[in-house]
Design a protein around this ligand. Structure first.
Ligand code: PLP
Length: 406
């Protein structure tokens, strides 16, 4: 009889968003007149910009003619997109990344989840707490996480690094040795960023211990403050220890279109093996490339017009983030994030738990948030609000919260 991967049975149910949906549906049913404002899930709402749409239309026309038709593309992505990325996202910031160190994909979630294919099952994995759940669950599926301890809400073989207001949302180096370290900046869910000095500590640790940093920069385009690194490769030494994930989802509204990329430097070598060569091998075997039409759309972000247009959309979301931050602060809350991020991480009132505060906002202000505890035990005492909604609804939500807390 075929045996299934036993690690899947160890996975706890994806409790967070289903529980939010359940509570929201129950409330809506009991109060059909309530006008709910959704500030929970991190999906975008603004349409793709005209430059992207035009490029995609033109690519569809290419597919309609034999002379310009595109069948299977390169597994690593088309050169026109890889070289545009290398120039704008790296060379322009003084970072030397070659086109063939960039692998185009259908998004950062797949790459974050799949990267473990090229790593041994015995590696010790460290994640921040609270955390984007994909890092944890994908390692659990691969058998790297041990067993799930329901009471502790933690996996026995994963090293959790609390990132809270107390440590300025910067994880401390672990006591034991860890092999694979997931860092996310700007962070989901806390909305905070790591500085170059903070990243340097991790880069030095990884190089000294032969560890690998998985750096998730899916929210990079939200960075506005000078001096905040946009890429881990802006930190000296990172090319020998880090893989970086990027996404066009939040950059340019590609959550439904699907496109992102992963950087694996050729200098990254472990056990005498080039991880760039290994990832290339993995992709060539298991991935047939992102769609030509979508890659043409993504390349349009790198034109002058496209960049200007996505900046307008980003400004729209940034303004929402500012409205949320200022609104919550005016209502007396302590908030983090929001400045270089679409996420606002709000401390709940003293003694009020994440879920309790979620319920209060749902039932008394008709606002849906995400309880911080759903991202890990250290998220308890916070809720996450997102800036991806409608601008008027965001203003209205803050008015409701100010009235609620008055
Ligand atoms: N990484 C982080 C930290 C995210 O929050 C998300 C999406 O919410 C992703 C990756 C996934 O991005 P993509 O849509 O490119 O798969």
């Amino acid at each position: 009889m075929a045996k299934v991967n036993p690690n899947y049975q160890k996975l706890p149910g994806s409790y967070l968003f289903s529980e939010i949906a359940r509570r929201t549906a129950a409330y809506s049913e009991a109060h059909p007149e309530a006008k709910l404002i959704k500030m929970g899930i991190g999906d975008v709402t603004r349409p793709l910009v005209p430059a992207v749409i035009e490029a995609m239309h033109a690519a569809v026309e290419d597919m309609a003619k034999a002379e310009t038709f595109h069948g299977y593309g390169p597994e690593q992505g088309y050169d026109f997109l890889r070289s545009a990325i290398a120039k704008r996202d790296f060379h322009a910031r003084g970072v030397d990344i070659a086109d063939d160190e960039i692998f185009i994909s259908d998004g950062a979630k797949s790459d974050c989840g799949n990267i473990g294919d090229i790593l041994d099952v015995d590696n010790v994995v460290a994640v921040c707490d609270p955390v984007y759940p994909v890092y944890v669950d994908s390692n659990a599926m691969a058998g790297r996480a041990g067993d799930y301890d329901e009471a502790a809400e933690r996996w026995t073989n994963i090293t959790y690094m609390p990132t809270t207001a107390e440590n300025g949302f910067c994880p401390a180096l672990p006591e034991g040795k860890v092999d694979v370290i997931y860092l996310c900046s700007p962070n989901n869910p806390t909305g905070t960023v790591l500085t170059a000095d903070q990243l340097k500590v991790w880069v030095d640790y990884a190089n000294a211990n032969g560890s690998i940093i998985m750096f998730d920069a899916a929210y990079e385009r939200f960075i506005v403050e000078e001096g905040v690194p946009h890429s881990i490769y802006e930190v000296e030494g990172a090319k020998t220890c880090a893989i970086e994930f990027r996404s066009f989802s939040k950059t340019a509204g590609f959550t439904g279109a699907r496109c992102g990329y992963t950087v694996v430097p050729k200098e990254l070598v472990r056990d005498g093996q080039s991880l760039n060569a290994m990832w290339n091998r993995r992709q060539c075997t298991k991935f047939n490339g992102a769609s030509y039409i979508i890659q043409r759309g993504a390349a349009a972000i790198y034109t002058e017009e496209g960049e200007r247009q996505i900046e307008e959309t980003l400004a729209y979301y940034r303004n929402n983030a500012r409205v949320i931050k200022e609104g919550l602060e005016a209502a007396g809350f302590t908030v983090y994030g929001a400045v270089n991020s679409p996420y606002v991480w709000c401390k709940t009132p003293e003694g009020v738990g994440s879920w309790e505060f979620f319920d209060k906002l749902l039932t008394e202000a008709n606002i849906i948030t995400t309880p911080g505890a759903g991202f890990g035990p250290s998220g308890e005492g916070y809720v996450r609000l997102t800036a991806f909604g409608d601008a008027d609804a965001t203003v209205e939500a803050m008015d409701r919260i100010k009235k609620l807390m008055a």
